[in-house]
Design a protein around this ligand. Structure first.
Ligand code: NAD
Length: 503
């Protein structure tokens, strides 16, 4: 095992030279990443096939092209994002320059997960680079082929003093977590999330935790169940259910359940005409441990309505639908993270909301609502909490870089994608630049305090409550500008008025 202390120390000393803060350096490394993705498209796809039997279509759509688009978006907007952000000023700051500078944290560690081993390592890296950080990448050891490929490629493309990739399992991760990082971005399960947060607490290192959870689907009466079936099953069978925002379970009425199962049978027939086992489009479970865990879940409640078969030699589990499951069944206690989909009959949306908010599995990472009725949609979206939400589809909320992606409570903390990733890896440094003139105005805040000073300060500083937020700001703006001009004229070098404040 490498001496990580030495590695971090040398990365930090390069960071302190300011090399990574240079926007041209950031751009050059982002361009290097683009080249890495374009040159190695086939190799990445092959590695994904070996690790997860991922189809070329899913490798492109959900991994390589997904991050490539995020990268292009970042390159296109970098100049804008790195500019200091002007903010609103108060009356007493009229003459000042006030702005937010986005500063890199320093040396950051990114710990990826195995289910989307390209996307979940590269997407955070894009924002970390754009923000000007040094990066230590730790891909998941479980997707070993992608991890080995990234470790091989990093030194060929990047500034090796600032950007590194290290492979390894729990001992390596444990050793890395003993080091002082300036930011840790972790994707994975909540058990390791707690280990990461404890390690980070030692140095008061900020963290983003992208965790999982049981993401529910609620299906209202009156939906076109053929469309619902296509969209829910697409979200579930992608990557054989090993997606953090995959629909974990369905809640609907008993009648909807029975009609939906028929539609799901038809959908699976269309998705996999020769059966999922023979389809090149259907993934396998990533490891024996995950395979055994998910296989056991098939007997974890209700009855098997579709699928249920498996093949140990390939770690294959068919898309499986369980009906008449109850909230107390074993399968409803933990995230499934595999191609098994329980349906829990509920009376109405109130029962669904109560379960999501009060159930033992914590706040989900995603919540999916299918309904034609806007009132029902509003009630569910407002009533139940989740990290992300999508109405009348699954997974699609994660495809838009203008939406933050992340959990809340049990499902994690912090968000990313698009500019949110850049912001995640930037310290928002509030800056104010003042002149050294007009000291007489400032005398008001210096002791000895008098009643006059107190009244003047209160008059200048006191905020007024807006009425319903609808009152126009124009009179305030005009008044503020006039006030600033008057101040400048009247309090110009030593006029008699000055003595009023300095007395
Ligand atoms: P994993 O087992 O690959 O673990 C991720 C990292 O944790 C790896 O680097 C690994 O070395 C490290 N690790 C594992 N055990 C450790 C230990 N005891 N001590 C220190 N480090 C340890 O990934 P996983 O947890 O199996 O991933 C699946 C989970 O991740 C699911 O719950 C899923 O929902 C969640 N997930 C969330 C997102 C998201 O974006 N929110 C994305 C993908 C996966």
């Amino acid at each position: 095992m490498a001496n990580y202390s030495e590695v971090v120390t040398s990365m930090r000393s390069v960071f302190r030279t300011g090399r990574t803060k240079n926007v041209e350096w950031r751009r050059s490394q982002l361009m290097a990443l683009l080249k890495l993705l374009d040159d190695n498209r086939e190799r990445l796809s092959d590695a994904l096939k070996k690790d997860l039997n991922k189809s070329r279509f899913e490798s492109c759509l959900m991994e390589v092209d997904f991050v490539r688009n995020d990268l292009i978006n970042t390159l296109n907007n970098l100049t804008e994002w790195v500019k200091p952000e002007k903010v609103k000023k108060g009356l007493i700051n009229m003459m000042d320059k006030v702005y937010i500078r986005r500063e890199p944290f320093g040396v950051v560690m990114i710990m990826g997960a195995w289910n989307y081993p390209v996307q979940l390592t590269v997407a955070p890296m894009i924002g970390a680079l754009a923000a000007g950080n040094c990066i230590m990448m730790k891909p998941s050891e479980i997707s070993e082929n992608v991890a080995a490929l990234l470790e091989e490629l990093f030194p060929k493309y990047f500034d090796t003093e600032c950007i590194k990739c290290v492979c390894g399992g729990i001992p390596e991760t444990t050793a890395l977590l003993k080091e002082k990082w300036d930011y840790i971005f972790y994707t994975g399960n909540s058990m390791v999330g707690k280990i990461v947060m404890k390690a980070a607490a030692e140095y008061l290192t900020p963290v983003t935790l992208e965790l999982g959870g049981k993401s529910p689907v609620y299906i209202d009466q009156g939906c076109d169940l053929g469309i619902v079936s296509n969209r829910v099953l697409w979200g579930k069978v992608m990557n054989a259910g090993q997606t953090c925002i995959a629909p974990d379970y369905i809640m609907c009425s008993k009648e909807t359940q029975d009609a939906l199962v028929e539609k799901m049978k038809a959908t699976l027939g269309e998705f996999y005409p020769d059966g999922p086992a023979k389809s090149p489009d259907y993934c396998r479970l990533v490891s024996d441990r995950h395979y055994q865990r998910v296989k056991k879940m098939i007997g974890g409640g209700g009855k098997v309505a579709l699928g249920g078969d498996s093949d140990d030699s390939q770690r294959y589990i068919a898309p499986t639908v369980l009906t008449d499951v109850t909230f107390s069944d074993p399968i409803m206690q933990d995230e499934i993270f595999g191609p098994v989909l329980p349906i829990v009959p509920v009376k109405n949306e109130d029962e669904a909301i109560a379960h999501i908010n009060e159930g033992c599995t914590g706040t989900p990472l995603a919540f999916y609502v299918f309904s034609n009725n806007q009132q029902v949609v509003n009630k569910l979206v407002e009533g139940a909490n989740s990290g992300t939400c999508c109405v009348n589809d699954c997974l699609m909320q994660a495809s838009l870089p203008t939406l933050p992606f992340g959990g809340v409570g049990n499902s994690g903390m912090g968000g990313y994608h698009g500019k949110f990733t850049f912001d995640t890896f930037s310290h928002k440094r509030g800056c104010m630049e003042r002149g050294l003139k007009m000291e007489s105005v400032n005398n008001m805040r210096y002791p000895p305090f008098t009643k006059k000073k107190e009244n003047t300060a209160a008059w200048i500083m006191k905020k007024k409550l807006k009425s319903n937020g609808s009152m126009s700001l124009i009179p305030y703006f005009i008044f503020g500008t006039l006030f600033a001009v008057i101040l400048k004229v009247i309090f110009a070098p030593e006029t008699p008025v000055m003595n009023f404040f300095s007395r």
